[in-house]
Design a protein around this ligand. Structure first.
Ligand code: UDP
Ligand code: MG
Length: 195
């Protein structure tokens, strides 16, 4: 079957949010009326997330499990997700629900307008300390100043990319990977959506 959306979530010890991640993604994606798949990449979890992922995949064939033998880090988990994704559009979303799945439909709308990378821009970050907010803000602005690659500020990995962008990213065999920087670097028609 042809798949329109591949939703990729890297997972490291997310047993608390996994069921909710699945049900919210399912509700949102079913409402799109288009075929989708949820790729859950288990990055060596030790809290039972692995078993939960297998269980979800048993019960619902739209869930595709990718299980790592140990923890490799979230950039590698995202990369594996790109390799397995079969959709025309690939969405990267954090599993801890910091990124609201409902926003995926807004990203998809921009994709249908012809944008090839649609990144989500946080208007505010809830539940994080002033120190994390301040250091994160410094980090994004420093990166912005020291590199020639214009990585949009206040964005994470939460984004939708057209299949042809992901095909280019898959050819980049960097050892030290920074997915949100790589997707800014490759070019293509890009736009942000604030949530
Ligand atoms: N994650 C992962 N491997 C790791 C650490 C994190 O796959 O070694 C996943 C984690 O489960 C989450 C996403 O990557 O879905 C982002 O991780 P986290 O929330 O810790 O990062 P932050 O939001 O602080 O940037
Ligand atoms: Mg997080």
């Amino acid at each position: 079957m042809k798949i329109t959306y591949s939703i990729v979530a890297p997972i490291y010890n997310e047993i608390e949010t996994l069921p909710l991640l699945y049900s919210r993604v399912k509700e949102v994606m079913d409402s799109s009326g288009e075929p989708w798949e949820l790729i859950l990449v288990d990055d060596g979890s030790t809290d039972g997330s692995t078993e939960k992922i297998r269980e979800l995949a048993q019960a619902d064939k739209t869930v595709r499990p990718v299980i790592f033998a140990r923890n490799f880090g979230h950039q590698i988990a995202i990369t594996a997700g790109w390799d397995y994704a079969r959709g025309d559009a690939i969405v990267i979303i954090d599993a801890d629900l910091q990124d609201p799945p409902e926003t995926i439909l807004e990203l998809a709308k921009k994709w249908k307008e012809g944008y090839e990378v649609v990144y989500a821009v946080r208007a505010e970050r809830e539940g994080e300390s002033w120190f994390k907010l301040w250091t994160a803000s410094l980090f994004y602005r420093l990166i912005y100043r020291i590199t020639d690659v214009k990585i949009p500020v206040d964005t994470g990995d939460f984004r939708l990319m057209d299949r042809k962008v992901v095909d280019v990213l898959k050819k980049m065999n960097e050892r030290h990977r920074f997915p949100r920087g790589m997707s800014a670097w490759v070019g293509f028609k890009q736009i942000g959506v604030t949530y």
